[in-house]
Design a protein around this ligand. Sequence first.
Ligand SMILES: [Zn+2]
Length: 185
Amino acid sequence: MRHVAIPGHDPEHEAGQSSVRGHDPEHDPVRDPWRTTMTLALAEAAAAAAAGDVPVGAVLLSPAGDVLALGHNERERHGDPTAHAEVLALRRGARKLGEWRLQGCTLVVTLEPCTMCAGAIQQSRIERVVYGAHDQKAGAAGSLWDLLRDRRLNHRPEVIAGVREEECAAQLTAFFRDRQPDRRT
Ligand SMILES: [Zn+2]
């Protein structure tokens, strides 16, 4: 006995057809290429949470798309206010390349960069920043400020926001919810 697919009645086939015309919400040609790298960034963020730090993770990719460096928030671990995931990934990547200019590189991070990290990103001259969750309280890549795309600066990376946003935000929400009983305020 054979099961015969009838093209006109295959919902997936129909969804595929509609995506060609740009009506399929599941298909996002801008963000989809970064979903896999965001998996690595999410794993880095989980490592931060396991060590008691706010879960933010970052991945620096070379111009060819290879992983150059990883970083996660280590502020509590090292008692260092500048030990944000992005700064650590940029430092490690630069050390690996033996060069402070990270031209052509892409930084993928789970949370929108703060002003300090946006400054470091701008200084590093990377080509692209991809982030997951928006940070309405401190974001400097579109939410509160947009330092990365400030036209007064001569180097402005491309910014792609909202890659796996819900998962990135959920990781942060879970961290703060679980810590709530320990808080005194
Ligand atoms: Zn930061």
